[in-house]
Design a protein around this ligand. Structure first.
Ligand code: NAD
Length: 428
């Protein structure tokens, strides 16, 4: 039986493969494959019923050689130190490939936030900062929202930090609400970033976007704006999206023979992401089984829902017409499915390049906080486009120069940049 490895071992194994291909000095590689610093601490919270409940918090700063560590805080029941370590390491590569002057970090609390009241959540957020404030900051480590955490929670955390240090410090955290130090354009940043990379891939493959069809998995933050971007920025057609139906407790694909109208679908989607099937059918949409999206006869697949969705089984359904897979989600393709894409010559835009738009606008949020001057939405998106396009081109150039798959090329670009910063700062 194959040995089971956890997320951090997987992240290290991916790194080891590329380090070898790059002929990285093994002693330097050893430094890069471990987090720089790790924190585990207790957060006692007085609950609404008067009891005192003990939570544990984590923060891992994998690497801050290129700038302050950057990465979200997750509130999720299955969070462990190893998941946080893996995610922190991936953030180092994501920031480096996007070429933003930030490093990699991640935080977490093993908890299901749905089981907490608003005031319990606020105490947990303030307690997390109470333990970490000496080791985070605009020049040290800048957290953000992630699974289970929200802009409101970032507002509480920023407030707690500002109180503890004695002055207003919006740049300690990103993903804050607009009007509370947040940036315009953050909502659409990841989805539009996906589409900027798809546009560049189409130029490279000499495809006409206006004649292209796409299938999108998911209909949440990333997937909604990827669908809008594909239709409105590129002029292509999105044939379907998919979503998790809360009432039926199962996913569906929603398609339209002439292409979906993402803005119409958003207007009939509730706050939890469930599309109103009756209204969709009335408007001529078809409700199909969950995996129908991956079998569509399209040019571009955009898995933007969850990890592991394109696997050894589902990949068999991918049509011969597909030329591009744009990984909007983190880790949507399993290694088995990835090998199939590689052998079929499908152009994969790897997750940490494809979905780097979110962290890029988080970086812009920090820049605006520092300046205390805020850009318009158009200014933010224009700068995002420039960054994503540059990132895509460096990875494509590496892929062509080294004759390697785009995913390996993205790792190579990122690891080289981190290595260079270490050398320039005299760390190695
Ligand atoms: P989200 O919760 O807003 O949306 C997820 C969507 O997936 C929802 O529409 C949900 O209905 C759908 N879904 C869930 N299970 C499904 C299933 N089995 N089949 C089909 N659809 C299903 O989340 P998001 O912020 O859009 O994030 C999506 C992915 O992108 C995650 O992997 C996340 O880590 C990654 N990501 C997000 C950002 C960001 O800025 N939001 C940035 C980088 C990466």
């Amino acid at each position: 039986m194959a040995e089971l490895i956890n997320a951090f071992q997987m992240a290290q194994a991916q790194f080891d493969g590329v380090a070898k291909a790059l002929n990285l000095d093994p002693q330097v590689a050893e430094v890069m494959r471990w987090p720089s610093r790790e924190f585990k601490f207790q957060i006692p919270v007085r609950m609404d019923d008067g009891s005192l409940r003990l939570f544990f918090g984590y923060r891992v700063q994998h690497c801050d050689v290129r700038g302050p560590a950057k990465g979200g805080i997750r509130f999720h029941p299955s969070e462990t130190l190893d998941t946080v370590r893996a995610l922190a390491m991936w953030m180092t590569w994501k920031c480096a490939v996007a070429d933003i002057p930030l490093g990699g970090g991640k935080g977490g609390v093993p908890v299901d936030p749905a089981t907490l009241s608003v005031s319990e959540k606020e105490k947990l957020c303030r307690g997390w900062v109470g333990q970490m404030w000496r080791n985070i900051g605009p020049r040290q480590d800048v957290p953000a929202p992630d699974v289970g955490t929200t802009p409101q929670m970032m507002g509480w955390m920023m407030d707690e930090y500002s109180k503890l240090v004695g002055h207003y410090t919006p740049g300690v955290i990103t993903g804050k609400p607009v009007g509370g130090g947040g940036s315009l354009g953050r909502t659409e940043a990841t989805g539009f970033g996906v589409i900027y990379t798809v546009r560049e891939a189409m130029k490279h493959l000499q495809m006409d976007p206006t004649k292209s069809l796409a299938a999108v998995q998911g209909f949440g933050n990333v997937s909604q704006y990827a669908a809008i971007g594909f239709t409105e920025l590129l002029g292509g057609k999105v044939m379907c999206v998919s979503y998790w139906d809360r009432a039926d407790r199962m996913p569906y694909t929603v398609s339209h023979p002439n292409g979906v109208n993402p803005r119409f679908l958003m207007s009939i989607t509730d706050q939890y992401g469930t599309i109103d099937k009756t209204k969709a059918r009335e408007a001529g949409y078809q409700i199909e089984e969950a995996e129908a999206w991956i079998a569509k006869d399209v040019d571009v697949l955009i898995p933007a829902a969850l990890e592991g969705q394109v696997n050894a089984e589902t990949v068999k359904k991918v049509s011969d017409r597909v030329r591009i897979v744009a990984e909007g989600a983190n880790g949507p393709t399993t290694p088995e499915a990835d090998a199939v894409f590689k052998s079929r010559g499908i152009f994969v835009i790897p997750d940490f390049l494809c979905n780097a738009g979110g962290v890029t606008v988080s970086y812009f949020e920090g820049v605006q906080n520092d300046m205390n001057y805020y850009w318009t939405r158009d200014e933010v998106l224009e700068r995002l486009d420039t960054k994503m396009t540059q990132a895509f081109r460096s990875v494509l150039e590496m892929s062509e120069a080294e004759k390697v798959y785009m995913r390996d090329a993205a790792y190579m670009v990122a690891i080289k940049r981190v290595f260079t910063a270490m050398e320039l700062r005299g760390w190695i």
